[in-house]
Design a protein around this ligand. Sequence first.
Ligand SMILES: NC(=O)c1ccc[n+]([C@@H]2O[C@H](COP(=O)([O-])OP(=O)(O)OC[C@H]3O[C@@H](n4cnc5c(N)ncnc54)[C@H](OP(=O)(O)O)[C@@H]3O)[C@@H](O)[C@H]2O)c1
Length: 292
Amino acid sequence: MARILIAGCGDVGTALGRNLSTAGHDVWGLKRRPLDLPAGIQPLAADLTDPTTLAALPAALDYIVYSAAAAGFGEEAYQSAYVAGVRHLLDALRQAGQQPKRLLFTSSTSVYAQNQGEWVDEDSPAEASGFSGRCIRQGEQLLWDSGWPAVAVRFGGIYGPGRTRMIDSVRDGTATRSAGPPLYTNRIHRDDCARVLEHLLFLPEPAPLYLAVDDDPAPLNDVLSWLAGQLGVPEPALTDGSPAKPGTGTREVAARMRASKRCRNARLRASGFSFRYPSYRDGYAALLCQEH
Ligand SMILES: NC(=O)c1ccc[n+]([C@@H]2O[C@H](COP(=O)([O-])OP(=O)(O)OC[C@H]3O[C@@H](n4cnc5c(N)ncnc54)[C@H](OP(=O)(O)O)[C@@H]3O)[C@@H](O)[C@H]2O)c1
């Protein structure tokens, strides 16, 4: 059985940790406040931005999953979470003489600049010019350059238990549909994120990069209308083409919301992975069921 460190053990990391511990592996969850980790994940209180706290990692780790997230949407937070934190963890592993078999990095489809509904895959240019895409690309590169086998996993928008912002906005009538060209969105259920990571940890000879999104890169309007039907509420109002509910007023968030692209998951599927929730319809239906 393997010894596995999940660095930045939040929502996805905890779901992964549970699966790995159930399968019999030794799992450590590293975060600043690890008190909420469930039994089966051994808590490790450390701050990835503070190298002194990383001096006592568990010995002889076989696998590392880096899944820390930025605390907010700002350059400093992204730099800390996706660049400095990665660098410090790699340094700590080297200084301790560790020889992990494989490192995984939870990346994001926000590294792509494509925004005209194009299909993108692992071979497409990933040249988003905003700080978020740049920092995440740097984190990927640090892992690939580490000298250890490393796999970056670019997730689409993650939804799942407790991550029901879209359902809530349709239910409370604040969601809007855009009258402009289709805004393609890509997503993946939290439980499939954990299953993808587990699959790629143990896959013989993985590629260095996978896109991890479900089979259904759907126009946002379709998702909103489908949800309205499921909830039995009126379809969200049509607006003149501005993005639906950007959330904050910052320019970059609005631009991100307009980043229409269709992510192809063929490489992941060809590796033998099968989705529990291949479409938003499956995943959201399960979430709505759990509400009752
Ligand atoms: N949200 C999305 O739709 C989306 C899309 C694509 C990719 N991703 C990526 O997927 C990954 C997993 O996301 P998630 O939803 O599981 O995130 P999450 O629930 O926010 O978990 C991130 C964890 O990182 C820990 N963390 C943050 N800064 C840290 C630090 N300096 N030192 C140690 N731990 C730190 C946090 O715990 P403490 O605060 O206790 O330290 C938190 O538990 C992230 O890398 C995220 O960027 C997310």
